[in-house]
Ligand binder design. Structure first.
Ligand code: 3HC
Ligand code: NAI
Length: 708
């Protein structure tokens, strides 16, 4: 009796059905049972061919990611050994592929002699997203089936391809008419093979997978990608393994692949990316929200304000096929907003990412209006007007009047108090914050701000809608800046102060990009607008005003009209998107430092790193203590998806664990003491960090404030 496999033998065929819910991950137990089933079929003289299929489930999502880094990952039978055994069988094995065949799941299919897919099935080798390479023969068998170029594309992108594409590439031998008929058609295919006495393993399509490629193909490829890969190990290993597929016999190639895989599995980069994988699966798990929580139907959306954010948010919904009404105060602003949207779509058409017909379909889903009466039937309204509490409250009063009962009323505010906005309505349970990031149609992060009175069904509906939009939704409590911008504040404050103390703009940004940040913090302020951050500071002078040095250099840039990229001058000088250092910045920093009595000195890269990063981490830990963030991994997702923190570092709190919490605490205390009054003001360790270290904890990943 087998728990994870349904085995049937009939009409000369053994049908091995994988039934390990939810995704047939190839953990040790399934591997063992699969091996037993294969041996049974091999030993049965009544069986002449074997079919492996996902029974009522996807074929397989690959190796069980929970096992990596544990002895179970290598416990017998190892996937690699299992597939080698499969290839020794003298009976044709057919993979009948439904749902997904990913990673080790696709490698299982590649080890079979034949593959039949159903029309909605998807295929991929996403190991690179886990900091790995395919480790069960994929790097050697796929290029022999579809050629090096196509195999390289699949492995480097980690993206799935659909069944039709897989058939065209030669990954599949056939496609069933439907998902329902897959097994039946796979059986017919098996009988056909038996009738024509087909070999268990046909000759590889590509005996020389690299044939036709220029000699310097791999070196040129490496050169072209170098800056994009920036310190990441897995892409380099993919190329190395594929190079081996072109030059070595299969057995030697497999041995090299195994070696590369082992090193990657043990790497901190893969541990970080596996952390991110589970962080994404956990982020939607919230107290008070379950599969039973009612979800409201969202068929029509309205957006108030067709500016930068309103337009981008409207595109998100149109992209997902949901009709959107865009409301503005004045016809001119509305027209401008709709034109902006069209021009963004036109750029996508020019880049070949969208067809003209798709663009028109999306534009047809967008409807402009100046009249609130026209949005009374919207199921969800998202306000994206100016960042001013009185203005937003006025909009919400009107929405409360005109919107139908049960409509969800959301605000895209980036700093304001959702409870204060909800309080002007008679339905605070329907009010929620939806903090999209700019550009809204591109950025994956959506901070969902749960107000004091936000209903569980309101929240659950927004998490479901975020999934439809392809966003990573992270729930935050109400506080200034929510999770992301609140953490940005000390990170950014230290960068500004370091300029006054003696660091240069380029040095600060280089330290951060060397760490893997997509952009340095000062370049980011230039992009977001120095005027924007100035206005935010203006609204908070009561909490920052006691420090005259607080972002003083940015205040002066603002006074000089240097708003960043939009004025071609900010921390850097710009020609188009090209930036270069500005010789005026250092004298400016010297002058301000002199006025404030700050003694300038040589600042080490280490100090830049420690002060910017550790104060960012410290604030994240404080957010956990306050219950604003649920889990440390949620914070990591915010910074990876909203602020360009390198996923292969796992996000700021995973990174903190890898450096050591005690070390971080020690450094924060060091700078607090070394920096005099400034240190006392700003570099205070979060109490939770102190408690964690005192209790000897080295990990915050699974802890919440309640645990300590
Ligand atoms: N191992 C373990 N658990 C897995 C898994 C895997 N490979 N793939 C998915 N799961 C789990 C998820 O953690 C989740 O569990 P939960 O309900 O307890 O949170 C459950 O399956 C459902 O997953 P999703 O919520 O992601 O469901 P979706 O329907 O949105 O997506 C999926 C399904 C497309 C299969 C997606 O989960 C996915 O992309 N999985 C990862 C696939 C992958 O990376 N495979 C490669 C593994 S590495 C490998 O194979 C190495 C080999 O070369 C040796
Ligand atoms: P914007 O100035 O580009 O757009 C605001 C739009 O709202 C304008 O078109 C204006 O005409 C319209 N508007 C103003 N009052 C209105 C009213 N009473 N009724 C209808 N329309 C009205 O501003 P942006 O950048 O789009 O910001 C909008 C909101 O999104 C703000 O709350 C902002 O804090 C937030 N936000 C902005 C981000 C950004 O990067 N720009 C990122 C995340 C959130």
């Amino acid at each position: 009796m087998s728990a994870l496999i349904n085995y049937r033998a009939e009409h000369r065929l053994a049908l091995i059905g994988l039934v390990h819910a939810p995704v047939n991950a190839l953990g040790q137990a399934l591997r063992r049972e699969l091996l037993q089933a294969l041996e049974r079929a091999n030993a049965d003289p009544a069986v002449d061919a074997i079919i492996i299929h996902g029974e009522g489930l996807p074929f397989s999502a690959g190796a069980d990611i929970h096992e990596f880094g544990t002895p179970r990952a290598v416990a017998a039978p190892h996937l690699r050994a299992l597939l080698l055994r499969l290839q020794q069988l003298n009976k044709p094995v057919i993979a009948a592929l439904s749902g997904v065949a990913l990673g080790g799941g696709l490698e299982l299919a590649l080890a079979c002699g034949y593959r039949i897919g159903e029309p909605t099935a998807c295929f991929g080798l996403p190991e690179i997203k886990l900091g790995l390479i395919p480790g069960a023969g994929g790097t050697q068998r796929l290029p022999r089936l579809i050629g090096v170029q196509a195999a390289l594309d699949m492995m480097i992108s980690g993206q799935m391809i659909n069944a039709r594409h897989a058939l065209e590439l030669g990954l599949l031998d056939g496609l069933s008419k439907s998902a329902q008929s897959l097994l039946h058609e796979a059986c017919a295919f098996a009988h056909e093979l038996l009738e024509r006495d087909a070999p268990a393993f046909p000759e590889p399509r590509w005996r020389f997978p690299g044939s036709g490629l220029p000699d310097d193909f791999f070196s040129q490829y490496r050169l072209a990608q170098q800056s994009r890969w920036q310190g990441q190990l897995a892409p380099q290993s993919v190329v190395k393994a594929l190079e081996a597929a072109c030059t070595l016999p299969l057995t030697d190639g497999l041995a090299l692949e195994a070696e590369l895989f082992k090193a990657l599995e043990a790497s901190s980069q893969s541990a970080a990316l596996r952390h991110v994988f589970f962080a994404e699966r956990n982020v939607g798990k919230l107290p008070g929200i379950s599969a039973d929580t009612p979800i409201r139907l969202i068929r029509k959306v309205a957006i108030i304000g067709a500016g930068t954010m309103g337009g981008g948010i409207a595109m998100c919904f149109a992209n997902a096929g949901i009709p959107v009404a865009l409301l503005e105060l004045k016809a001119q602003a509305l027209e401008h907003g709709l034109m902006q949207i069209r021009s963004h779509y036109q750029i996508s058409v020019q880049r070949g990412k969208l067809t003209t017909a798709q663009m028109e379909q999306r534009m047809e889903l967008l409807h402009g209006t100046l009249d609130y009466a026209e949005i009374g039937d919207a199921d969800l309204v998202i306000e994206a007007v100016f960042e001013s509490l009185p203005i937003k409250q006025q909009v919400f009063r009107t929405l409360d009047e005109v919107c139908k009962p049960g409509a969800i009323l959301a605000s895209n505010t980036s700093t304001l108090d959702i409870d204060a906005i909800a309080s002007v309505t008679r339905r605070p349970g329907d009010v929620i914050g939806l903090h999209f990031f700019s550009p809204a149609s591109v950025m994956r992060l959506l901070e969902v701000v749960r107000g004091r009175d936000t209903g569980a069904d309101t929240l659950a509906t927004m998490l479901a809608i975020a999934k439809r939009l392809g966003k990573v939704a992270v729930v935050s409590g109400v506080c200034f800046g929510f999770i992301g911008n609140r953490m940005l504040e000390p990170y950014s404050r230290e960068a500004h102060r370091l300029l006054l103390e003696g660091a240069s703009v380029a040095q600060i940004d280089r330290v951060l990009t060397d760490l893997g940040m997509a952009m340095g913090v000062l370049a980011m302020h230039d992009l977001a607008g120095i005027d924007v951050s100035y206005l935010i500071r203006e609204s908070r002078r009561d909490v920052i005003g006691h420090d005259r040095s607080y972002c003083r250099i940015a205040d002066v840039l603002f006074e000089q009209g240097r708003y960043g990229q939009k004025t071609a001058r900010g921390f850097y000088l710009y020609e188009g998107r090209q930036r270069r250092e500005d010789g005026e910045l250092i004298p400016l920093a010297e002058r301000i430092a002199h006025e404030l009595g700050i003694v300038r000195r040589v600042i080490s890269n280490e100090e830049v790193h420690d002060r910017c990063l550790f104060m960012l981490i410290n604030e994240g830990i404080q957010l956990l203590d306050e219950g604003i963030a649920q889990r440390s991994s949620d914070i990591d997702l915010v910074w990876i998806n909203g602020y360009g923190f390198a996923a292969w570092r796992g996000g700021p709190l995973h990174y903190a664990e890898s450096l050591g919490l005690a070390h971080i605490l020690e450094r924060i205390r060091h700078y607090r003491d070394a920096l005099g009054a400034y240190g006392q003001m700003w570099l205070q360790p979060a109490p939770l960090l102190e408690r964690l270290v005192a209790a000897g904890h080295t990990r915050i990943e699974t802890l919440t404030a309640k645990d300590i």
